[in-house]
Design a protein around this ligand. Structure first.
Ligand code: HEC
Length: 109
């Protein structure tokens, strides 16, 4: 019985972990992909229009700082009175935003 409980807990943990991973991907695909692209290169119509950087580029990754990235995700980007990126503070939790930034890190070549 005890070992069964342990197996059950293990399965539960694995399932939760993969659910969280799926959430990040879903969030990325739903909210970010249209500009930043599936591969983080930003080679989409909206990405080119808004001028997103190529997040597979190690230099771009180096210039991206986690705390600044969080602020941008919360507040969005407005340049010369034009909205370039939406604010996500009402749409995503801090945890989800952190996970998305970590996801962006994984694009690095
Ligand atoms: C309407 C287009 C658009 C959408 C949608 C969008 N972004 Fe952006 N994002 C931009 C632009 C433009 C920039 C500024 C140029 C750059 O840094 O690539 C930017 C910058 C960023 C930065 C700042 C990086 C740094 O250098 O500090 C982060 C982080 C980011 N986006 C994450 C996301 C995430 C995560 C999502 C989805 C929840 C998302 N963006 C959705 C257009 C968009």
């Amino acid at each position: 019985m005890k070992s069964l409980t342990r197996i059950y807990v293990a399965i539960l943990l694995v399932t939760t972990a993969s659910l969280q991973a799926a959430d990040v991907k879903t969030n990325w695909e739903k909210q970010c992909l249209k500009c930043h692209g599936a591969d983080g290169k930003g080679q989409t119509k909206m990405g080119r229009q808004s001028g997103v950087k190529d997040y597979t580029d190690p230099k771009v990754q180096e210039e991206m700082k986690d705390d600044k990235a969080m602020t941008i995700m919360k507040e969005g980007i407005v340049e010369n009175g034009k909205k370039k990126m939406d604010p996500y503070k009402d749409k995503l939790t801090d945890e989800e935003m952190k996970a998305l930034i970590a996801h962006m890190r994984s694009f690095k070549k």
